[in-house]
Design a protein around this ligand. Structure first.
Ligand SMILES: Cc1cc2nc3c(=O)[nH]c(=O)nc-3n(C[C@H](O)[C@H](O)[C@H](O)COP(=O)(O)O)c2cc1C
Length: 224
């Protein structure tokens, strides 16, 4: 299908015809939800992995820049536990700069085969030197080399320049395999709110939000 401004009407028609929440979808009973959102998140993630959902540990990280303008990109979940949800990136990338000036963010997971969305909002902290180094050294040589080049999201004017910079970094890593990029950062988002959203074929979707209170979590149903 060719899509241009003159096709707006047919595009709208075409989009309307695409299926969403194809099912079969799992049941979600908020009354039976555990007291801690981490337990529910892990059970949904385990189910996504077990059912072969593609890239189940991919999530959208949303941040704001110094002007208050939003930004978002997909990252890999690096860890999750009592302290929060972890992701990693370069401190001098746009996301790193944005988090340094405004350390609050949102994470969004979507597992289409299950019609499930999880939204998490909270405060972000940077890992210790040891945590950052361990995450960095666990990455592939090419990923480490790219990080050491430290030009993520800058304009790429010359692919030869990039290839040469990567080659130089790879040679450095080969010579010194324990080399760590001090700007590589393992971030932890400590949740203030975690929302679980379950699609239903009836279109009466189910939402449950956990809100942090002093001694734990309050569970609240939301209109869909
Ligand atoms: C599935 C997927 C996983 C990704 N994982 C990461 C990641 O873990 N860390 C990272 O820095 N970028 C990752 N990226 C690339 C980011 O989406 C993004 O392009 C990059 O981090 C630059 O973002 P920024 O300019 O907002 O800093 C991933 C992209 C995709 C599609």
């Amino acid at each position: 299908m060719t899509v241009g401004p003159e096709q707006v009407d047919s595009t709208r028609q075409w989009l309307r015809g695409l299926e969403v929440f194809a099912g079969p979808l799992p049941e979600f009973d908020p009354a039976a939800a555990p007291a801690d959102p981490l337990r529910l998140f892990l059970s949904w993630l385990v189910e996504a992995v077990a059912d072969g959902v593609r890239d189940p540990h991919a999530m959208t990280l949303s941040t704001v820049d110094a002007a208050g303008d939003p930004d978002a990109r997909v990252l890999i979940l690096k860890g999750v536990g009592a302290s929060g949800w972890q992701f990693a990136g370069h401190a001098f990338s746009p996301k790193g700069v944005q988090l340094a000036c405004h350390p609050r963010a949102a994470l969004t997971f979507y597992w289409p085969e299950h019609g499930r969305q999880v939204r998490i909002r909270g405060t972000v902290t940077s890992g210790s030197g040891a945590d950052n180094a361990a995450d960095f050294l666990g990455r592939s040589a090419t990923a480490r080399a790219e990080s050491l080049v430290a030009r993520q999201s800058q304009y790429l004017m010359d692919t030869d320049e990039r290839d040469q910079a990567l080659e130089k970094s790879l040679a450095l890593i080969a010579k010194e395999p324990s080399l760590v990029d001090s700007a590589w950062t393992l971030y932890t988002l400590a949740p203030a709110e975690v929302e679980f959203w379950q699609a239903a074929e009836s279109r009466v979707h189910t939402r449950l939000r956990y809100e942090r209170v002093r001694d734990g979590w309050e569970r609240l149903r939301l209109w869909s």
